[in-house]
Design a binder for this molecule. Structure first.
Ligand code: PRP
Length: 175
């Protein structure tokens, strides 16, 4: 069993912050086309909300990476499961992630995408759990810094469930 113990960030707070992030990105990329890359699956809800707050030309694409279950947290191994359809060369690229935890996924993604010669590469991440970091990496645009708690909702899952909750909640897996 598992139990939701509290709402950490409610729907309205998320909306407000996503609006601010969208405005910030729109300002920084004025007059440019942005290739926005969502990282499956957790970021899709944030991604869908964020791109609608951006008033530049946006092309969307998705990447899926596997962490071999949770094993990359110990081995550092990340593998590409689904690559982009779009070319990155010469583009202004923004990676949209739901959370930076150990930082290993983002480190891998940045390395892969930088090797394809984008004009620029930035990261927009909804949550950051700095206490869990294993490699030094940070986002250019960040929604919220959170404590080391297990979160579900607004894209975040526990055993693939709870992604559809409107708030970001704390879950006690032992319930
Ligand atoms: C989560 C999250 C990030 C990654 C962050 O993905 O969406 O992609 O882990 O962790 P890290 O900083 O320690 O690498 P997960 O593998 O749970 O897949 P999901 O997006 O499908 O939920």
């Amino acid at each position: 069993m598992s139990k939701i113990t509290k709402v950490l960030i409610d729907e309205n707070k998320i909306k407000e912050r996503v609006r601010e992030l969208g405005a910030e990105i729109s300002r920084d990329y004025q007059g440019k086309d942005i290739l926005m890359i969502g990282i499956l699956r957790g970021s899709v809800i944030f991604f869908a909300d964020l791109i609608r707050e951006i008033n530049c030309n946006v092309v969307i694409d998705f990447i899926s990476v596997s962490s071999y279950g949770a094993s990359h947290k110990t081995t550092g191994e990340v593998r590409m499961m689904k690559d982009l359809d779009e070319a990155v060369d010469g583009k202004d690229v923004v990676i949209v992630e739901d959370i930076v935890d150990t930082g290993l996924t983002l480190q891998y993604l940045k390395k892969v995408l930088l090797s394809r010669n984008p004009n620029s590469l930035k990261v927009c991440c909804l949550l950051d759990k700095p206490e869990r970091r294993k490699v030094e990496i940070s986002s250019d645009y960040l929604g919220f810094t959170i404590p080391n708690e297990f979160v579900v909702g607004y894209g975040f899952d526990y055993a693939q469930k709870y992604r559809n909750l409107k708030d970001i909640c704390v879950l006690d897996p032992k319930g």
